[in-house]
Write a protein that binds this ligand. Structure first.
Ligand code: PYC
Length: 335
């Protein structure tokens, strides 16, 4: 690179049910790897600065989340997708997929073989998105997510300021520590957003010390980065409400796609949801995802479900982002 070169990224900015999605449509790095999981590892090893530059301040913010499109690595997919976020380069992201599919279809960035269906090659596996088009716009997207499962039940931690908590661990494309109402936690309605931000990093650390979770079919998917607090819904249409913590200071504004998948897998694993059941999930800002347990599955030796989640996204800008190597904050920062 010459001294006067700046990196240029073409982005489409939008949000899914309130949570940001920055779709990088140009300028993403070329990746090596025969699968999207291998390409994710290559991105983490050699190009993670791109994520930090586009997600963190001064070009992003605590909640920023996005995706980069690639040619697929498998014949049964239309497009490859990589998820970048303040919390890392993720195996899967549900709100990110809903937003990416919406904006990719509305802007002609993806060519589905069958109108109304886009098959995505994600690091966590194949995800099929069914979108409802309304003229040039996409009204809603239902994603058929990867098999999701309850990985561990009742892991006990002692959380300073709250006391002993029993935490379930479930996988829905990422691993989630799920905290349900119990003796020392009377539900999401009993704590503030500030409490979620204060307690969650400590929960995450304690849980990762207590248990080492690894996906049985892809050992690169390991450890818990997301903490999900649950509670009673406010919206009469919803079955539950959550606050998903990610990164260092983020609460998902949407009900979180992989979080909702993990939640449905947890409930199915405990016999509280069955194949065919709907699960409408409400976020901390009141937006809703319509979840459904589509079918039974297995992951390694775990009984699993195949969940689907439906939500909507809206595009709100086209953004050309320059990253100037002379900028001391080229790689972003957090405070
Ligand atoms: O929607 O899957 C999701 C997600 C993961 C982290 C933030 N949102």
């Amino acid at each position: 690179m010459s001294a006067d070169q700046v990196y240029t990224f073409s982005c489409i900015d939008g949000h899914t049910c309130g949570n940001p999605v920055r779709l990088v449509s140009g300028g993403g790095p070329l990746l090596q790897g025969a699968t999207m999981s291998e390409r994710r590892q290559d991105f983490i090893a050699r190009h993670d600065w791109v994520r930090r530059a586009l997600m963190f301040e001064p070009r992003g913010h605590d909640m920023m989340s996005g995706s980069i499109l690639y040619p697929p690595t498998r014949a049964d997919c239309d497009i490859g997708i990589l998820f970048i976020e303040t919390s890392g380069c993720l195996p899967m992201c549900g709100h990110g997929t809903i937003g990416t599919v919406t904006m990719a279809i509305e802007n002609g960035l993806a060519m589905p073989r069958k109108e109304g269906t886009l098959a995505l090659d994600a690091p966590a596996g194949r995800v099929v998105a069914e979108y409802k088009r309304n003229g040039r716009f996409v009204d809603s997207v239902r994603i058929h997510n990867i098999p999701s499962y309850l990985a561990a039940e009742g892991v006990v931690i002692n959380l300073p300021g709250m006391g002993e908590l029993a935490v379930d661990i479930a996988y829905g494309g990422n691993f989630y520590a799920i905290i349900d109402p119990q003796k020392n936690f009377s539900g999401l309605e009993s704590i503030s957003a500030g409490d979620v931000l204060r307690f969650s990093p400590i929960v995450r650390e304690l849980i990762n010390q207590a248990i080492d979770v690894v996906h049985p079919e892809d050992a690169t998917i390991r450890g818990i980065r997301h903490v999900q607090w649950t509670g009673a819904p406010r919206d009469p249409r919803a079955h539950g409400r959550n606050a998903v913590f990610y990164g260092e200071k983020a609460i998902d504004r949407s009900p979180c796609g992989t979080g909702t998948s993990a939640r449905m897998a947890q409930l199915a694993g405990k016999g509280k949801l069955r194949v065919g059941d709907d699960f409408v999930h409400e976020s901390i800002i009141g937006s809703l995802f319509d979840g459904r347990v589509e079918s039974a599955a297995t992951v390694g030796n775990f009984a699993a479900i195949r969940p689907s989640i439906s939500g909507w996204a809206r595009m709100h800008g086209i953004n050309t982002i320059f990253v100037d190597p002379r900028d001391p904050f080229m790689h972003g920062f957090t405070v």
